[in-house]
Design a protein around this ligand. Structure first.
Ligand code: SF4
Length: 277
């Protein structure tokens, strides 16, 4: 990784403390309480590439969705002044950087493929999981195993969308051996990559799937249960936390709780369930 890569030797506790402090300062800034320059620790790993000659966005991967009209994202496009092609190009550049990253020794030694992310580069909604599993490691795509099928059901049957309407990614881009949770040090290592993804996509909403994703993004150390039921803020993006689909495979009774969370998210997004149209 480049010299601006995250520090490998920083103690995990110090790193979390630093992230929590940055998060607090940014919340104060977002609330207009505090003015400050962006902290250098939150800068992307690579400088934004130079802008390409402009051109109209002719592709709209959201066309097929029953909720496509509600998903158009012109305001976000205007805010970033970055069209679909440019977002896709910058994500490709970042994906290439991820593919050669060697920050986490144990993950690098065990990975088959890095798993960057997939979906609509200008999605209003990003689903944010914790780490690739065995299927994802083999295919290089997030949420393609049994948990992925459940996520697909939530997206399509629950929300009336498709995988092409949203963007799907994880905290860490390499599979932890034995499907263990990523360590806090690994999450800190990979943070500049997922932060840069959010900066390029600029979604309005993030749905964190599971405790690792939610506590890493929000830089808090609390249970997933205490984060559910309301929306949080990450750098101006509204964040919902719910259970990971893999947890639902082990605890099907929790599906009704996830459905409550998804209904809250849909109400905030102005979406209606397929059966309610
Ligand atoms: Fe690099 Fe992220 Fe993979 Fe760690 S998990 S080696 S930081 S890409």
């Amino acid at each position: 990784m480049s010299s601006s890569s995250p520090p490998r030797d920083e103690p995990a506790d110090d790193a979390w403390l630093r992230l929590a402090l940055i998060q607090q300062l940014e919340s104060l800034q977002a609330a207009g309480v505090l003015e400050m320059a962006p902290p250098t620790a939150r800068q992307p790993t690579s400088a934004p590439p130079p802008a390409l000659p402009g051109g109209p966005d002719t592709e709209n991967p959201m066309k097929s969705s029953t909720n496509s009209q509600s998903l158009s994202n012109d305001s976000m496009t205007a805010q970033t002044d970055m069209g679909l092609d440019e977002r896709r190009r910058q994500l490709n550049v970042l994906q290439h950087e991820v593919s050669s990253c060697t920050c986490c020794d144990e993950l690098v030694d065990n990975r088959t493929k890095t798993v960057f992310g997939v979906g609509n580069p200008q999605a209003r909604l990003v689903f944010f999981g914790e780490a690739p599993g065995a299927d994802e490691d083999q295919q290089g795509e997030p949420f393609v195993g049994r948990a992925g099928k459940l996520l697909n059901d939530i997206i399509s049957q629950g929300m009336g969308l498709t995988r092409n309407d949203v963007y799907i990614m994880n905290v860490v881009k390499c599979r932890p051996p034995g499907n263990r949770n990523p360590t806090s040090a690994e999450a800190v290592n990979c943070r500049p990559f997922f932060e840069r993804q959010f900066e390029i996509i600029r979604p309005e909403f993030i749905c964190c799937l599971g405790a690792v994703a939610a506590t890493t993004l929000l830089a808090v150390n609390v249970s997933i249960g205490s984060l559910r039921g309301c929306l949080h803020n990450y750098r101006g993006i509204r964040v919902l936390a719910t259970y990971h689909p893999a947890y639902l495979l082990r605890n099907p009774a929790a599906k009704k709780e996830v459905w409550k969370d998804i209904q809250l998210l849909m109400a905030e997004m102005g979406l209606t369930a397929p059966g309610e149209k």
